[in-house]
Design a binder for this molecule. Structure first.
Ligand SMILES: Cc1ncc(COP(=O)(O)O)c(C=O)c1O
Length: 488
């Protein structure tokens, strides 16, 4: 920027304004300084010159200059006059400073960046007419009124101590109580308060567990296809990944897992196939954990969404070894944007995770915790889950019919969950299909990132339907069918 001497900077003053002239002058000077209009190597004109030039009294000018001095815009140079404060000027400088060194950040990272596939959700997915995107919700389904009520109540005097104060490493005792009474009990889990930690979504819980238990020597067994975000978190700890194949009964449990430190499973609805881990395999995995001395992370992110038959009890509810670390989430029943979840595990582990959490972010926002506690206590949570489950059941029926009608291959329809996993013939390219579909307003997720063993298959895709308006299901599937046809 070309800066001018102060004498050339126009300063307009209005003698008829109600605002005193010294204030008008100081405002005009501040504006000019903030816009970087002054040549900062020059002294400001003396108060006498300014007064003469602007037709003001010297008192008025001196008052304005004092004001600027006290706010740090200008400094006085002993016995000579005033200048724009060079410290202030440094902030204004808009020309980037030339780089004289190249910093190799990658070599400083404590863990390598993974180049394996990530789950991809395009920004602005909700503006597409046919979003078959997983892990999102239709915003119209969120219980806005009752959640708003809970948030307002959380701010009243009675609750503000939890909502607004620093809880340091503690959680909201009321939320813990509500979880125990209304959520965990429904899943067959009994847990004492010291066995529960509130997290920013279940992903945060998983990150804490990975930090606590894994390092470069560790081996983690995960389902394949499986949840890419979990794999990335384990990799970021330097852990080695071992794949467990998945069939119609969920993860296949090998007879020897003695080399493994942790097994990550999604027993209620296997991610991404939505199969349920059979009761026999659950017991087999628990027995094996004791025999081979590993721990199990049970990611139970959407067990409420079962449309046929009964929800299976959580693995955590049938174990007595303390080896199961249970992850829960409010992303599916409420909204992923709230970022609320929890971990249930042995007190010693919870205490350690609490310490890790404290020095990372202290605690999840008190206001969200208390609002959720009040939301559950009022009965609104259970009402909302029942209503949302009914809507999802209708969508599940519409999806099952549309998939059967339009997808040219046999597709297993799961009895629960919020997505359908489609596998085409080996030479089908779902990544290209997804690219072509988005041009027609249809968003689908190609399944490549769910695999870990090369060569990564390209023939799977995932149709999430929680966020899909019900009226978009049939026409959206018809478009997918046309794109598939074109590719074949
Ligand atoms: C397998 C799996 N686990 C957990 C979650 C929920 O994560 P969070 O609670 O961090 O939103 C998701 C959401 O997409 C998921 O797909």
């Amino acid at each position: 920027m070309n800066r001018k001497p102060i004498s050339q900077v126009p300063i307009g003053l209005d003698p008829h304004s109600n605002e005193p002239l010294y204030k008008q002058l100081s405002k005009a000077l501040i504006e000019a300084i903030e816009q970087g209009q002054f040549d900062t190597t020059e002294l400001l004109p003396s108060s006498r010159t300014l007064a003469t030039d602007l037709g003001l009294s010297r008192n008025t000018v001196n008052l304005a200059l004092q004001y600027l001095m006290s706010d740090g815009y200008i400094t006085s140079v002993a016995r000579i006059g005033h200048m724009v404060n060079p410290e202030f000027q440094a902030h204004l400088d808009d020309t980037p400073r030339p780089r004289i060194e190249h910093l190799d950040w990658e070599s400083r990272f404590s863990t390598p960046r993974s180049d394996e596939g990530h789950v991809w959700k395009p920004a602005g997915w909700s503006s597409y007419p046919y979003p078959f995107i997983a892990g999102q919700i239709e915003t119209a389904m969120f219980p806005t009124k009752s959640w708003g009520r809970a948030m307002r109540l959380a701010l009243t005097e009675e609750h503000a101590g939890t909502s607004l104060h620093d809880l340091v490493d503690r959680d909201d005792a009321l939320l813990i109580e509500m979880l125990r009474r209304h959520i965990l009990r429904a899943r067959g889990i009994t847990a004492r308060p010291e066995e529960i930690l509130i997290t920013l979504g279940s992903q945060h819980g998983l990150g804490l567990v990975a930090t606590a238990l894994l390092n470069g020597e560790s081996t983690v067994a995960i389902e394949e296809p499986g949840y890419p975000d979990a794999r990335h978190m384990f990799r970021s700890r330097g852990a080695t990944i071992q794949a467990l194949p998945v069939d119609e009964k969920g993860a296949v449990i090998p007879s020897d897992l003695s080399n493994v430190d942790l097994v990550f499973v999604t027993p209620s609805h296997q991610y991404p196939t939505n199969t349920t881990l059979s009761i026999g395999r659950r017991h087999a995995l628990l027995n094996q954990a004791s025999r081979d001395d590993f721990v199990i992370v049970e990611d139970d992110y959407d067990s409420e969404f079962r449309y046929l038959g009964q929800s299976t009890p959580a693995m955590k509810s049938i174990e007595n070894s303390g080896r199961v670390i249970y992850l829960g989430s409010f992303s599916k029943f409420l909204a992923p944007g709230l970022r609320l979840g929890f971990v249930v595990a042995e007190p010693t582990l919870i205490e350690h995770l609490r310490d890790l959490r404290r020095y990372q972010l202290r605690h999840p926002p008190g206001i969200l915790q208390r609002a959720l506690a009040l939301f559950i206590q009022s009965g609104d949570y259970n009402r909302s889950v029942r209503r949302i489950r009914n809507v999802y059941k209708e969508k599940w029926i519409a999806m099952s019919e549309a998939v059967e009608k339009h997808i040219p291959w046999p597709v297993p329809i799961p009895t629960g969950g919020l997505s359908i996993w489609v596998g085409g013939p080996a030479d089908f390219d779902a990544t290209t299909m997804a690219e072509l579909a988005i041009e027609e307003g249809v968003v689908v997720e190609a399944g490549g990132p769910c695999f870990v063993t090369p060569p990564i298959p390209r023939n799977h895709f995932k149709l999430g339907y929680a966020s899909t308006p019900i009226g978009a299901i049939e026409p959206g599937l018809a478009i997918i069918a046309r794109v598939i046809d074109r590719l074949r």
